[in-house]
Every structure is written in C-alpha cells, then in structure tokens.
Write a protein that binds this ligand. Structure first.
Ligand code: EPZ
Length: 444
C-alpha cells in the first residue's frame, strides 16, 4: 500500500474547492447505475475505534469525503500513522491502513471537534486504552443543540472521572473502566457507539439498554468483534459487551451508505426514470422503500443492489415521521421533503430526532415549494412545478435536498456552499451526471 504524504491522508485534497457551486438544470429523467460508497457514519466510527489496538487495522470500502479527512487530522494528533490506497474510477473505493502503536497525545482540540461532531467518538477508545482524554465539547450545530450528556453519564457509570473545564471534557479512568448496566436515555447513536467501544476493554460485563439499533452501530459492533471484542445483541435495543484484555488488528469492509442510497432513490422517484443503486442493501432502507412503493415508485432488489423505477406519473403525497431505526431516518427527511414538494396532495412531515432540522424549508420555498412549519411538523402542499433559484443550506442533507429539487425545477438552480455536500456525498455531481442529470460543479 502506498504511503501518502498529505497530512490528512489526501482526503481533503481529493475533495475540490469548498466554495465551489453546483449548477443543476431540471427536466432530465435518470437512467443507468450509481455505485454506492461506503457509509460515512460508519467509517468515521471505525476510524475512531482503531485507537483501541496497537496493531494495524485495514479499512476497505472507505468513502472519500471531507469528514474522513477531518477524522484523519484528528487521529494523527494522537500518533496514528495512516496509509491510503486510492480507488481511481467512480465506484472504486479507498483502502486505509491505520496504526497507532502508542497513543502520543489524547487531546482533541476545539478547532477540529467544532467542525465535526463525530470527533467526540474518540473519547471512548482513548479512555479505554489510554486511561485519559481531553476532548473539546462539540457545542450546538445547525440542526440542534446536540448535547453529549448521555455519553458523559455512561462513562461516569463505568467509573470514569469527568470534569468540564474551559469547554473541554477532561476524562480519566486510571483504575480502568468497569462494566455496568446503563440505560441510554434516548437510544442515542453516538452515546451507544462511544460506550460500546469503551466497554470492549472494560473490566467485566457492560449491558447497554435502550441502545441504538442503527445499521452503522451494528457495523461498528461487527468491526469490534473482528478485533476480538465480545459483543452480543447488535441490532437490538440491548447490547451486552464482555470486556477483554486487549484487541488485535483486522481487515474490515465498511457497509454501504444507506443515506447516500436513499438520496439517489428519492432522486429517481423525483426525476423519473430507472436507476440501479449498485451495492445498496434493501434491509437498511426498508422504511423509505415502503413509502416509495406506496406513492407509485417501483423498488426491486437486484443481484447487485436495488433498482428504482418511476414512470411519468406524479407521485402522490404521503405523511412521514422521522425516528430511530428502523423508522424513517432523519438524515433523509430533507430529501423526502423535496419529493413531497412536487407530489400530488398534502404531506405532513414530522421531525422527532433533531429540534431544528427544517433549514431547507425557506430555500425550497425560494424555488416555489409550498411548505408551512409549525413546531416539529412541516405541512407540504405539492405544487406542479418548482423554479430554479440561487440557494444554500447549512448542513449536508439539507444541501442535497436542494440539488434534488433542482433536478425537477424549471431552469437553473445554483447550490452554494458546496463544502457541506463534500462532507457526506462522494462525487455527487459525477454520480448524478452519470445517470443523465444536467449538473456541473463550478469552481469558485
Ligand atoms: C448520528 O448523530 C449521525 N451522525 C447523524 O447523522 C444522525 O442524524 C443521527 O445519528 C441520528 O440518526 C453520525 O453518525 C456522525 P444521536 P448523533 O446521538 O450520534 C440527543 C448526518 O447528516 N442527544 O442519536 O449525534 C440529540 O441532541 C448526521 O450524517 C442528547 O440529548 O445522534 C438528538 O436530538 C447528522 N444527548 C438525539 O438525542 C446526548 O448525549 C439523537 O442524537 C446525545 C444525543
């Protein structure tokens, strides 16, 4: 494997200019196939969990995203050495080798954590292997306050001493973490994953009740098992971890990204046409596929993934409520709203996971959508047509919903602040133009 010289392993260099724009001209039907990348929200946690072992870990099917670059920057601060073998063509993923024989520092500075909340996931591995960590509190972000109190309560229940000082969490577990039974107050994905990771090296048994059941949490658990961890109950709301003395290196392939998959499935339902999502797994998006089938889109499993097919008929409106897995994911809410904006009828979209995840609404309204928000509910009255406009959004899923709306809008839609898209969608414009969308990236 070739060693890379770039500080972040070359991931940021691979993502183009952050201030670029994306121009979409609506009206084309989509036809062809889209390769699905590895899941961002699994890959980031696997990278953090590689801190648990002194042996090398090889991660395959890695997506090339700005957030992966951010996590690489952070891990290198702790003494992780990194090598990357790059996939070149669309559909060829990267392979990353991470090795941290010794933790050289356990400080996660504000400047990195504030840009990417997933940085907080290094707390569990650092505490478990190194016995201490100083991690900046992430702070709120565009989609909500997003506190980390459940993580902290869980680590305290495992015997860690936690102090908050100058915006930092200062954690120590000098006598080692102790297994415990902890009920996660709200099936939090991040808290479940942080605690499950730490528990792999704790003394005795840890039982996490009301645990997250998200496929990415399961993927992380399977990775930990490949490293020698003893975990049962993955994919259920009770996960049991028996601590072991040490973990070893392994080779692991990141699961396909269900949010990227869902985004292109919705894009096809919106624009019409027939697209095969190569590498996609049916079971991780069942809630979305049920809705799409109910509104007149064909969803079929193929031997390579999932095929989405919609003829010219306008989709019918349908209500949807986001919730923890296996319910409809909050990370597809904005994209589904773009579809409902041009559907026939009225749709009620309820967001129960984050308190402020409707920032795409005013932007969709600039394109002619008819949406009213009251509390956690958006009422979307479908319109015949959207019109292209200059738009921007403040998180990656909101941004991509504007690209999707642009696929059916009359004229040009210009999506600004492309750096949000680069955080979570690998080669978006190439993947969409590959199936016939009129889309291009314009350099700033
Ligand atoms: C993960 O965030 C994902 N991020 C999010 O994806 C996703 O939207 C979310 O899970 C829900 O599926 C990553 O995996 C990197 P939570 P996370 O802890 O772990 C509250 C994207 O677009 N809460 O399940 O932060 C919290 O405020 C991103 O890729 C507390 O109150 O989500 C939220 O309202 C956005 N205290 C709810 O629980 C805590 O200690 C669920 O959050 C923890 C969470």
């Amino acid at each position: 494997m070739r060693a890379t010289r770039e500080r972040d392993g070359g991931f940021k260099a691979a993502c183009k200019g952050p201030m670029d724009k994306i121009r979409v001209r609506g009206g084309n039907r989509l036809k062809g196939e889209i390769p699905i990348s590895g899941a961002k929200n699994s890959a980031l946690k696997l990278m953090a969990a590689s801190l648990l072992t002194a042996e090398p870990v090889v991660l395959k099917n890695m997506p090339r995203l700005a957030d992966i670059g951010g996590m690489s920057d952070l891990l290198m601060q702790f003494g992780v050495s990194m090598n990357i073998r790059r996939g070149q063509a669309l559909g060829q993923s990267d392979t990353m080798r991470l090795h941290v024989p010794k933790i050289e520092s356990a400080l996660a500075p504000y400047d990195i954590v504030r840009k990417m909340r997933a940085s907080f996931q290094v707390l569990g591995p650092l505490l478990a292997r190194h016995g201490e960590a100083k991690i900046s509190l992430p702070g709120g972000c565009a989609i909500g306050a997003r506190p980390v109190d459940f993580h902290i309560q869980g680590f305290e229940a495992m015997g860690a001493k936690i102090d908050l000082e100058d915006g930092y969490v200062i954690a120590s577990s000098k006598g080692g973490l102790k297994g415990t039974t902890f009920t996660v107050p709200r099936a939090s994905v991040g808290a479940t994953e942080n605690l499950m990771t730490a528990a792999t090296l704790a003394e005795g048994r840890t039982v996490l009740k009301n645990a997250a059941r998200e496929p990415e949490t399961e993927d992380l658990g399977r990775f930990l098992i490949a490293m020698g961890a003893k975990i049962v109950g993955l994919g259920t709301s009770e996960i049991t971890i028996d601590g072991v003395d040490s973990l070893h290196g392994c080779e692991y392939s990141v699961m396909p990204d269900r949010i990227e998959t869902g985004t292109y499935a919705i894009a096809t339902a919106l624009a019409g046409g027939e697209v095969e999502l190569v590498g996609a797994r049916a079971e991780s998006n069942a809630a979305l596929y049920n809705l799409l089938r109910n509104i007149g889109t064909e969803v079929t499993e193929t031997n390579r993934g999932i095929a989405i097919h919609r003829n010219g008929v306008r989709p019918t409106s349908i209500d949807v409520t986001t919730d923890v897995f296996p319910a409809f994911p909050t990370d597809l809410q904005a994209q589904f709203m773009a579809l409902m904006a041009v559907s026939n009828g009225i749709s009620h979209i309820r967001e129960t996971v984050f308190e402020n995840r409707f920032m795409h609404v005013p932007e969709l309204a600039r394109m002619g959508a008819n949406i009213r928000v009251e509390g956690d509910m958006a009422t979307v009255t479908g319109v015949d047509k959207l019109k292209g406009a200059q738009v921007m959004a403040t998180d990656l899923r909101a941004s991509v919903s504007l690209v999707l709306a642009g696929l059916v809008a009359e004229g040009d839609t210009m999506v600004n602040r492309v750096y949000h898209l680069d955080r979570g969608f690998e080669r978006l414009e190439e993947k969409l133009s590959g199936v016939g969308a009129d889309i291009e990236r314009l350099s700033a």
